[in-house]
Structures are given as C-alpha cells and as structure tokens.
Design a protein around this ligand. Structure first.
Ligand code: GDP
Length: 471
C-alpha cells in the first residue's frame, strides 16, 4: 500500500530531491525515485508541504501475492423484515461452530466459517442502513456484498427499494433473502414479481441476482444463503495482500470503563498483530489485545476478518481508516501531522496503481453539523443512544448532541433546541400534543423513535442529506 517517490513528488508539485530529503529526515532512506514510500511516510512527507493524503483505495487488488479473503457482507432491507433476526441466527451459527460455546457477543462484525471448508464470510452486525451510510459518508468502502432481506408476507417496501439503490450506487452485488418463509401467509412468488418490477435482475428471470428463501426463525435456508454469498464472492475474486503492515477500517467503537477505547475493525490488507503501532484518523495507539467475534483472544487478524482491538488513545469513529506503522514514534508523528493538517487540501491517492492527483479542494467543510437534543426514557438508554449517534458523525458532517435528558420533551427542551438550531430525538418517550404544537411554532423538529437502529438510520439519512454535494 504505497506510492513511488516520483509519483508523490508529482502529486505534491515539488522535486523528487525535496521529497527524498524530507523522507530522509524521518528515517526513510530511498535508493531510487521509483522506490515505494510506505503510506505513513508518504503522509508525513506530504504534510511537510501542506497536503493531507486521502488513501482512496485499499490494497484489495489482485497483485501477484494477493490471496483470497472473506467477503464482507451487510444485511439491508425494510423495517421489520427480519434483518436483526437473520443476523442473530447467523451469529449463533458462527459461535456454535467455535469453541467459545454459545456466548454471543456483539462487537459490530462477526465471521461465519463455512462447515467443512476453509471459506468464511464476515457480516457487519448492524442491520439497517445507518452503518453503511456512515461509512459511505466517510468514503470507506468496507462492504463487498449486500443481503437484501424481503419479508415473504410483506413484499417489496420503500426501504427495500432504497437499500437496493444504495447497493447499486456503490457497486455492491446483492443476494436476495426472502425471509419469513415459515409464515402461512408467505407469498414468495409475489415478492419475486415485485422485485422484478423494482428492476432487481433475478437469476430466474435472466439476471444475475440469486434469490434464497429463508426463515431466520426455523433456520431454514441459512446455509443456502451462505452458499449463495460464497458463490457471489467467488465471482468478485476478492483478494488482498497478507504481507506487510495492516490497513483496516473501524466498524464500531466505544469507551469501555475497564478497557478504555475499544474498536471493532475489519482488516482490508496486510496482517494486524498485537503490539502493532497504529494511526486511526488523528488518534494513535498500540494494539494491546485483540479478540475475535466469539470473544476469543487472538494475536493476528488477516484481510477480510473482524476483530475487537484495545490500546487506542481515544475513541475513533465508524469508517475511520486504521493504518499500522513501524513504531510508536511514527504513529504519534503521523497522527499529529493529521491533526495539524485537518484543514489541508487532500491529495487523492488510489495507491494500488500508484496514480496521484492533487484535487486541491478541502474535503472538510466548516460549520456543517447536525445538532441533536436527545430525550430518552432512562439515563442509561439516553447515554447509549448518544454514544451511538456520535459515531455517525464524520469529518464531512459532524454530529453534536447538545443535551441528553430523561423524560418527555418539555417546553424548555424545545426552546433550547430552537436556540441551538437542533432537532429533538425522543427515544421511547411520548410527546404531548401541546408540546408538539409549541415545537411547530418554534420551528423545531421532534422525531420519535422506539428502536435504536431506526433512530440511527434516521440520523444517518439526515447526515447524508446535509453532506456537501462533492461526496
Ligand atoms: P428488522 O427490523 O428488519 O431488523 O426485523 P426483525 O429482525 O426485528 O424482525 C421483525 C419481526 O419479525 C420480529 O418480530 C421477528 O421475530 C419476526 N421475524 C423475523 N424473521 C422471521 C422469520 O423468519 N419468521 C417469522 N415467522 N418471523 C420472523
């Protein structure tokens, strides 16, 4: 994952001698201008000249030493069509197959090993579109495949179509899972007709989208679904280099009282080891411990695999890129340089083919933020919801939770929201007609939710809506 001295110099617009001089000063001796510069060193060199670097593509190409990697799968679909239940069932199969014995742990992603083979699939453990959108808003492409869940008793609904168009936009192939096939009122044929009408090119109608009938409740069809995904992954020929320092993407992160910052990552290239020094956004750290999705401690993680890591110096955001570097000092320097250059112009570096182009535009837009006042039925719920909401923010559009309170929305909340230009999210609390009328008068939006993922989806949508058009 790197770029040559010559390309770097071209991109920045300085001589190769200047680049070599700067690289030398940070301990990277180059023999020739065609030598490849490690990503972190390239960033530091670019920072010297006032550029920030955005690594546009990961090392996922089919280089000579690239090896097959598991596909990363996101489950999408309409509300109540069975996404969570499907993920629960899949997670259980992953745990049953491991030695950890039945303890399911939500870490944001999990790996399912196919029985009797070395193949596996990595599922993002967040249904709905919030995570997907948050990642996209941050320019991270982590998902290879989408499972589009359509309930057999309900058929194609608005969010089915939305999920389909999102998957199509980012070029993710999909496999359709017609769920709830155990229900007496299931009408698989009707669901298929509706999918065809929504321009989903199903295999049996001459397209290339596989359809699997499942029941997350009885477990019927789950293995077929996994097999369909493996088949689809084969078509993509997903591969990555295992050698060298790791690149990964943060899927979820939080502050644990005992462990400190904890993040779930999926490795995109290289191998991540315990003891590695890493940079994540403007944070750095040294990997202290890692666990797989069954909670088992592990020492290394390969491309396509998820892991929960400890040892970061702060809580990163979903979609942040993680980069392993040669030592702690380098990690500190790169994170400092990034923090200092947060407003610097971005240098787009799709580094697989080594092409550099300075786009000369800042990707960070001042003053774009979504302000939220959060009311919840209990203190713990409110805080958990706040943490989850904060993870959706990005450098492009930030999220600020201005206030978290317990109980119904009050007039004071509405006035506060009006003065801070916030929207109110009411989680598991009802708003009276009087307050609703007052909010309307004050031009404040109140959004009521009772399911966390739906609320996060909603916040994610608002973030996309206010994101600048350049994204
Ligand atoms: P989500 O909103 O898409 O995550 O949907 P959920 O997974 O929360 O499921 C919504 C409802 O459908 C719940 O009451 C589930 O128990 C039920 N459900 C999900 N999958 C199945 C299934 O395969 N069969 C039946 N009968 N019910 C299901």
């Amino acid at each position: 994952g790197d770029v040559t001295v010559r390309r770097l110099a071209q991109g920045i617009g300085v001589s190769t001698e200047k680049i070599e001089e700067v690289l030398g000063s940070i301990g990277e001796e180059m023999q020739s201008i065609e030598d490849r510069v490690p990503m972190d060193a390239a960033e530091l060199a670019a920072a010297e000249f006032g550029w920030a670097v955005s690594w546009a593509q990961s090392i996922t190409g089919s280089g000579t030493k690239a090896e097959p990697r598991p596909a990363v799968v996101t489950v999408m679909g309409h509300v109540d069509h069975g996404k969570t239940t499907l993920l629960d069932s899949l997670r259980r199969t992953s745990v049953a197959a491991s030695e950890a014995g039945g303890i399911t742990q939500h870490i944001g992603a999990f790996e399912v090993k196919m029985p009797g083979s070395k193949r596996s699939l990595t599922f993002l453990d967040t249904p709905g579109h919030a995570a997907f959108k948050a990642m996209r808003a941050r320019g991270a492409k982590v998902t290879d495949l989408v499972v589009l869940v359509v309930a057999a008793d309900d058929g194609v609904m608005p969010q089915t179509k939305e999920a389909y168009s999102q998957a199509r936009e980012c070029g993710c192939p999909l496999v359709v899972a017609i769920s709830k096939c155990d229900l007496p009122q299931a009408n698989v044929e009707k669901a298929k007709q509706q999918l065809v009408a929504a321009e989903v090119e199903l295999e049996e109608y001459g397209g290339n989208v596989q359809v699997v009938q499942i029941s997350a409740k009885t477990g019927a069809g789950l293995l077929e679904l996994e097999e369909a995904l493996i088949l689809q992954a084969d078509v993509l020929e997903l591969s990555a280099l295992r050698d060298g320092t790791a690149e990964a993407v943060v899927v979820e992160a939080h502050l644990d009282k005992g462990l400190g910052p904890v993040a779930t990552i999926i490795v995109k290239g290289g191998t991540l080891h315990v003891g590695d020094s890493v940079v994540v956004g403007t944070l750095w750290g040294k990997i202290r411990t890692m666990k797989d999705s069954t909670g088992t401690p592990i020492n290394s993680v390969l491309p396509g695999q998820p892991a929960e890591i400890c040892g970061l110096r702060g809580v990163p955001q979903a979609g942040d890129a993680l980069l392993a570097v040669c030592n702690e000092d380098r990690a500190k320097r790169v994170s400092d340089a990034r923090a200092a250059r947060k407003m610097a112009p971005m240098l787009q570096v799709p580094h697989m083919n080594g092409v550099l182009s300075g786009c000369g535009e800042t990707h960070f837009v001042d003053g774009r933020a979504l302000n939220i006042v959060l009311k919840a039925d209990a203190k713990g719920t409110g805080e958990a919801a706040r943490d989850a909401i904060l993870q959706l923010g990005s450098d492009v559009v930030g999220v600020q939770v201005m206030h978290v309170g317990v109980g119904p929305v009050t007039e004071t909340d509405i006035v506060f929201a009006a003065t801070t230009n916030s929207r109110i999210f009411a989680f598991n609390v009802r708003t009276t007609t009087a307050e609703e009328a007052f909010a309307k008068q004050q031009n404040v939006d109140i959004h009521e939710h009772s399911i966390i993922y739906h609320m996060l989806d909603h916040v994610g949508q608002l973030l996309i809506d206010i994101a600048p058009a350049c994204h």
